[in-house]
Design a protein. Structure first.
Length: 235
């Protein structure tokens, strides 16, 4: 195995600072707690104020305006009079910046499983930005059922794998929950023979806990009533 280190970057969507057990959260996060307890915790940090701008900074290492996401990806479409055609507000990860996956691809096995939100159109998909293997939800949010909350109509969520648009209703399992499936797909990529002996750069980008909040019945039952006690409690 190459002596170069592996990189695993886990991204949660709309996760609050104190939602993780290590920082006082009520939801069990034992694996993240273990990483925090045995690693470094960066407790003074800043991000962009919204989703896709932050992702563009994380993927490129630059300011979000340089990367093309001066605002949310959808704004160039929804507010063309304000953002349409403006440099820095293209609504996708532009090609003036290099993605980390593109920089490391010559020596790394580059994989991504989870949310993309850096360009809906095919020229901007992960396989065009240095990822050898990718399974992603393309827009900013997805429903495990059929109603699209962003478009406010019955539409299947938009997924792609390795540059191919998926038929979500036909190709995803009936018991599909994104957190579980993204993890399984990521592990499958790690075991894929395409990796050979290369070190990996992996992005595991969950949609949770971004709305819609949908979970298996056993998870819902486990935490039923936890927050009925209110936000201030004493032991």
């Amino acid at each position: 195995m190459d002596s170069k280190p592996n990189f695993l970057i886990i991204v949660a969507d709309d996760l609050g600072f104190t939602d993780v057990g290590q920082f006082g959260g009520e939801i069990d996060t034992p694996n993240l707690d273990a990483l925090a307890a045995n690693g470094l915790r960066f407790t003074g940090f800043h991000t962009a104020s919204a989703c896709s701008p932050t992702r563009s900074m994380l993927f490129s290492g630059t300011d979000n305006h340089l990367a093309g996401l001066g605002q949310m990806a959808e704004f160039a479409r929804d507010f063309p009079e304000k953002f349409g055609g403006k440099r820095g507000y293209e609504g996708y990860l532009n090609f003036r910046v290099a993605a980390l996956s593109e920089i490391l691809k010559p020596e790394y096995y580059t994989i991504l499983s989870g949310k993309w939100h850096l360009g809906l159109d095919e020229p901007y998909w992960p396989d065009k930005r240095g990822f050898e293997q990718s399974f992603t939800l393309l827009p900013g949010a997805g429903n495990h059922y059929k109603f699209n909350l962003q478009e406010k109509q019955f539409l299947p969520s938009i997924y792609q794998e390795n540059g191919r648009l998926l038929d979500a209703e036909r190709e995803l399992p009936d018991d599909f929950y994104s957190t579980d499936y993204f993890t399984t797909k990521f592990l499958d990529y790690l075991e894929d023979e395409k990796r050979k002996d290369r070190p990996f750069l992996g992005f595991l980008t969950y949609t949770a806990p971004h709305w819609p909040l949908q979970a298996p019945p056993k998870t819902i039952e486990k935490y039923k009533g936890v927050y009925k006690k209110g936000t201030v409690r004493t032991s």
